[in-house]
Each structure stands twice: as structure tokens, then as C-alpha cells.
Design a protein around this ligand. Sequence first.
Ligand code: NAD
Ligand code: UDP
Length: 356
Amino acid sequence: MRVVVAGGAGFLGSHLCERLLTDGAEVICLDNFATGRPDNVSNLRTHPRFELGCHDVTNFVHVAGPVDAVLHLASPASPLHYRDLPLETLMAGALGTRNLLGLARAKKARFLLASTSEVYGDPLVHPQTESYWGNVNPVGPRSMYDEAKRYAEALTTAYRITHETNTGIVRIFNTYGPRMRIDDGRAIPAFVAQALRGQPVTVAGDGSQTRSLCYVDDLVDGVLRMLRTDLPGPVNLGNPREMTILELAQLVVELCGTNVPITFVPRPVDDPMVRRPDITLARSQLGWEPRVDLRDGLAVAIAWFADALNLPAQAMAGRPRRSQLVDEAIPAPRRPGQDTVGLVGLRADGAAGSTT
Ligand code: NAD
Ligand code: UDP
């Protein structure tokens, strides 16, 4: 199986690339590093079935040779990032989706869109089922992301109907784990960095808003199950265990083993009040169920952040390592004579063309 992962150097994308390689696939990772980092895939750089191309998918995407699947994760994803990159976010959802759908159509490949629980906006139906149309402010501070993803879903659906492209849509709920950017403003990296640095943990509002948090390996498992079907979706993927943000902050402080205070800061405009996926469809159609307990997953993520920050995670002793939750990260076998990143070369017109 030859798979293009757009946004593959990001948090979720890098875990997907890794898992696909473990499963025997050939992976072409395309990324413009707007919010992702080459470091996220540095452990894969010498893998013989891995290629990395620096490419902005809002430009025409060309990949030489056969392609069996195209995964579209290329979009800023944290509220801080999409607020700072509004036009880029809208174009990734619009032009990026069109180009990657075009690639999938030309190659007769399966296309999978990484959509989001944000399509439900500040939901009036709880928990969120796929049949709920959402409550989104089209001109609010989250609109560039929410509407880009809603448009991407519509375009994906139109390609399925008009061109009979084999498309699928997953709606991903809040996911966490190693390789999240510590500075991306999302609750878990923010709380962990604050707690580990001995700073007050900043809870927005009174902290009564809820989220449901899924460990990255569970999420990757769900995405790949969906990839291997012909189902159109949309299918919710997330962990239905719901908690308040205040409870999350308290748990992070406890697991970090520090005694920092919690401080209350203004809540962002249009911050959804509740969020919990109804995963009945994923259970029945994909046989998927998240398995990683929140405390265990958080402990692994905290240890990773502590490492990245070069700080001690004081309460880590006895906590599970990632390898005890899931499969160990794959080793990166070296191709004889290869010591640079496998590259999808850029053509003069900005399109990516495989060099191999
Ligand atoms: P991320 O920012 O770590 O990853 C996104 C990647 O896409 C980055 O590597 C970035 O550089 C790349 N990218 C952005 N615009 C691009 C472009 N025009 N061309 C090429 N590459 C581009 O974010 P993430 O959390 O890994 O999210 C990945 C995808 O999953 C996103 O599409 C996001 O909307 C979706 N998603 C994530 C979550 C979550 O909790 N992490 C929840 C819902 C949906
Ligand atoms: N949040 C918070 N303090 C922070 C960062 C986030 O209380 O330092 C809150 C945020 O207002 C929201 C929740 O945590 O209510 C989850 O925010 P995140 O940015 O992680 O994800 P999203 O809002 O996209 O679900």
C-alpha cells in the first residue's frame, strides 16, 4: 500500500506515518511545516519506505507512481495557530482539499479527510452524533477553522457523488499525546508546561466547560480502520470520557507532582461549552473503541513533555511508558548509503514529484 500523508510532519500525521510504516505501507509525507516540525519525523528519515516532501498542498500536488490512499491532515489545528493563520487555514481546507481530492481521483485512491468536532461548533446537542448539523458562528474567531472543515466535508462529499471518488470523513475530537507542540496553546500542553515549570495553571472561565480526551494511539487506530474501509462517513473518532477543564487541570497538576495553584483567566469567545463524541457509529462500523485510560495516557504525555522541556516530571516513577500502552515506536532501518531525508522533489511550478 502506497499512502500520501498530507500534514504528516504534524502531531497526528507523524504518528500516522509511523504506524503505517509499521504496518508495511510505503509513506509519502507532504508538509509545509506551517505548524509541524521536521523533528516529528526525524526517527523515520532513513526508513526505506518513507519519503518526506516540503510542499504546500494549496499548490497543485503531483506524486509520481501509483497511490492507494491519500490522508488529508494538512491544516493548522490549535485555536492559537488557526487564529494566527486564518487565510492559510481557510485555503488548506479549500484548495488543499481540492488538490488532494484531485490526486486521489487521478490515482483511483481512497481519500480520507481529517475533519473535526469543531464542525459541531458550540453544540446544542449532547453528546454529538454525526447526524447533528452543528451550531457554528460563520464570522467568529474560530470560523476560519470550523468553516474550512465544513467546506472540506462538502467538497469531499461532492467528489464522491460527482466523480465517484472513494472518500471518507472522520471527525476527530480532542486528541493528545507525545509530539504536541508545547506552545500551541491547547489545554494539555499549556497545563503540563505550566505545572512542570512551577507556574500557575491557567483555566479559562470557571473551568466548567467540558472536553473528552483521546490518546493519540487510539485515534490513529480509528483513522486507519476507517482508511481500510470504503465507508463515506462522517464518523466521529474520540474518547467519550468527558470531564470539565477544571478537573483536567487538577489531574495534570497531580500527575506532574507539583503543587502549583490554578488561576482563572477569561474564556475565549465562542469556546464550546460541552464536547463529547457519540461513537456508536465507529463502534458498529469500524469495531473501534478507545483503550487507553486517561491517567495512563497523560502520564506518558507528561513524561514526553518533561523530556522535551528538559525538566523533571516528579511523579513519573511507576507510571507506564508508551511501550506499555501500545506498540513500541518502530525502529528506523537505514537504507545502505542513505543519510539524508528521502525527498519528494519540488518541480519548478511548486508541485511535488517523487525522486524515487
Ligand atoms: P498539527 O498542526 O500538528 O499538524 C498539521 C500539519 O499540517 C502540520 O505539520 C502543518 O505544518 C501541516 N500543514 C498545514 N498547512 C499545510 C499546507 N497548506 N500544506 C502542507 N502542510 C500543511 O495538528 P494536528 O493536531 O496533528 O492535526 C492534524 C489534523 O487533524 C488537522 O487537519 C486537524 O484539523 C485535525 N484534527 C486534529 C485534532 C487534535 O485534537 N489534534 C482534533 C480534530 C481534528
Ligand atoms: N483552556 C484553558 N486554559 C488554557 C488553554 C485552554 O482553560 O491555557 C481551555 C479552552 O478555553 C477550552 C479547553 O481548555 O475550553 C480546551 O481547549 P483546547 O485549545 O485544548 O481545545 P479546543 O477548544 O479546540 O477543544
